[in-house]
Structure formats: C-alpha cells, structure tokens
Design a protein. Structure first.
Length: 133
C-alpha cells in the first residue's frame, strides 16, 4: 500500500486539572481489530528500531512518553513523522518499510497491531521488499 495510506490519527483527549486522559477503541479510532500490543522502552541513544515491513499487518504507533521519529518508505517515497504526544498515533499500513530512530531519553513507544506475531509476515531484507513491491 502506498505511503499515502499512512497517516496521523488524533485520539480523544479529555483535559482535566488532575491530568489528561486519552482512550483508543478498536475499529473506531484504529481502522482494525487490535490483536497484539507491545511497547519499546529503555532504547539506548542512537539506536534504530523497526527496519522491516509487513505483508498484511497494520500498526498504530504512539509515543506514550518522550518522542521519536518514524521513517516510512513505500519503495518510491519516504516520509518522516515525529511523534511526541500520546494523543496522536501513526497508522502504518502493510507494504511500508519503517524505521524508528531519534528516541528521546525516557521515551516509550506503544504499538497496536492488527495481527498476532507471525515471522512469515515480515520483510527484514530491504532489497527483497523492493523486489516484491
């Protein structure tokens, strides 16, 4: 799917003097049923995470704390998204290469995934990804 299908999603934000609240409902705020949730934290400075594409899986990536960049590459175009608020998520559709970098200290990256883990769904070799698109 082209890069143009990847987009930022605004989640509801309920502001309160005691602290803000954001919620996400599957098939409403995300365009898919959530089958897996994982998160990245304690990422050392200068590290790059991701470095793969998925054949069928959709993801929504959220900066729960801190900030980081997400590079999306559909084989023809590239775009960098800077995530720095828990009230926005980045929808990443299948057949888009992704790399996460520039993690701030104390950042936490939450990922909502449309499928259970399956190694067969991954492209881990960029040249093979380019061949198949």
């Amino acid at each position: 799917m082209p890069l143009s299908n990847c987009k930022l999603i605004d989640f509801p934000k309920i502001t309160d003097p005691r602290g803000n609240l954001t919620f996400i409902e599957e098939n409403y705020h995300t365009p898919f049923t959530i089958k897996r949730i994982f998160y990245l934290y304690d990422v050392p400075g200068g590290s790059i995470r991701g470095g793969h594409a998925h054949k069928a899986l959709n993801e929504t990536v959220i900066a729960l704390a801190g900030s980081f960049n997400v590079l999306i590459d559909d084989g023809r175009n590239k775009k960098i998204f800077h995530l720095n608020t828990p009230s926005k998520g980045l929808l990443i559709t299948p057949m888009n290469w992704r790399e996460l970098n520039n993690f701030s200290s104390g950042s936490v990256c939450l990922v909502l995934a449309s499928e259970h883990f399956s190694e067969e769904d991954y492209y881990r070799d960029y040249s093979q990804f380019l061949k198949d698109i």
